[in-house]
Design a protein around this ligand. Structure first.
Ligand SMILES: Cc1ncc(COP(=O)(O)O)c(C=O)c1O
Length: 386
């Protein structure tokens, strides 16, 4: 039986049966009052997850579509923008901004370490002419397994008029993010991460301050024009173009599940998985990329063990054990491998991935005593989450 896979990548993530059932429902009419009611309901619930009363739109695209919308709707060619860069997805902010003609200043940091709020504050404080129009950050850097301190980064910008734009694609509903309290102007996320859905939907929240920037923005856009999204949502609770309706029906179910579990519990559960994987890695004498402070609750990056090729690790895990984990990305493609633990993941899944990792590493010659990592996880499970 090789069609049963354990999906432990940082997205797409496993889909619960409850959600799968709804995805198999008959097609729905996307311009009906019934479907508008669903759009309204899920938008309201997404706002609760975002902790915001700002506008929030559901886009039919992967997360990158929402990232592009966050640039094309708010940034003018020639605008000076800062990007806090310390990973592959932060680099994507740079690439998109450059495509749309922005004058990008990358504030580069070490991959695996958190972005430095003091470095950002120094640049903001030095901007006497208020030339910086936007600051782009990544909440959870999926490529390195690091979570940024978004509250501190936002605080570093103080009252500067720049809009503050967050990629929360893999961090939303994994680690705390308070959009309104922390004054985050634009926040993007995606369906295939902690929302436990297939890829295909992206979500974007927009503050009043961001709308003011939008009113001045001349960059061309059509499919991702957020004014069209706002008009259609405000007037008819609908979307300008055909949405991925079945995914929105699935989202209705996954948001119900998230409501039942409770956001605080969801954050704690993810942090618990992070602690388990890190404890197992340490027990197996593996080196973690991110320090404990700043370690992601969504994904753990482990450094290449000795001379072992990380592609061999992911290959054996996949081919022998049907466990899917990820290699590194970008400049870390060969130097780390990553275990995703976000969304519909259980303690048993963590035990399984560690057990299979032990066998894989042993086969590849790593000095490991089988059961060491598993025992570390078992001890935590038996002790229980506080
Ligand atoms: C932090 C982060 N940003 C952006 C993206 C890109 O999203 P998508 O692949 O849905 O376009 C991802 C996807 O893995 C991500 O994890």
């Amino acid at each position: 039986m090789n069609d049963k896979q354990l999906l432990m990548i940082p997205g797409p993530t496993p889909i619960p049966q409850r959600v799968l059932h709804t995805l198999g429902n008959a097609a729905v009419g996307h311009r009906t009052p019934g479907f508008s009611a669903i759009i309204k309901e899920v938008t309201g619930k997404l706002k609760q997850v975002y902790k915001t009363e700002n506008d929030l739109f559901i886009l039919t695209s992967s997360g990158t579509g929402a990232m592009e919308a966050a640039v094309s709707n708010f940034i003018n060619p020639g605008d000076k923008v800062l990007v806090m860069e310390n990973g592959n997805f932060a680099e994507r902010w740079i690439k998109i901004n450059k495509k749309f003609g922005a004058d990008v200043q990358a504030v580069s940091g070490e991959w695996g370490a958190q972005s430095d709020p003091a470095a950002l504050k120094a640049l903001i404080d030095a901007d006497a002419g208020k030339e910086i129009k936007a600051v782009f950050v990544t909440q959870n850097e999926t490529s390195t397994g690091m979570v940024n301190d978004i509250q501190a980064l936002r605080a570093a910008c103080g009252d500067h008029p720049a809009i503050f734009i967050v990629d929360a694609i893999s961090g939303m509903a994994v680690s705390e993010l308070k959009v309104d309290e922390w004054k985050l102007d634009i926040v993007v996320s995606g369906s295939q991460k902690a929302f436990m859905l297939p890829p295909g939907l992206a979500f974007i929240s927009v503050s009043e301050k961001a709308w003011a920037a939008n009113a001045q923005c001349t960059n061309p856009r059509f499919y991702f024009d957020l004014q069209a999204a706002k008009k259609n949502f405000d007037e008819k609770s609908t979307t300008p173009y055909t949405p991925a309706a079945s995914l929105i029906v699935g989202l209705q179910e996954s948001l119900k599940m998230m409501e039942e579990e409770g956001l605080e519990n969801i954050y704690q559960r993810h942090a618990w998985y992070r602690d388990m994987v890190r404890a197992a890695a340490k027990a197996l004498k593996l080196e973690l990329l991110a320090e404990d402070k700043g370690a992601s609750s969504a994904v753990t990056a482990i450094k290449k063990p000795g001379e072992i090729d990380v592609k061999q690790i992911t290959k054996i895990m996949r081919e022998k054990y049907s466990v899917i984990i990820a290699a590194g990305q970008g400049k870390m493609e060969k130097s780390i491998f990553r275990i995703g633990h976000l969304g519909y993941v259980s303690e048993t899944d963590i035990l399984a991935v560690i057990a299979c990792l032990e066998m894989t590493l042993k086969e590849l010659g790593w000095d490991v005593q089988l059961g060491t990592g598993v025992a570390a996880v078992q001890a935590m499970i038996m002790k229980g989450r506080d």
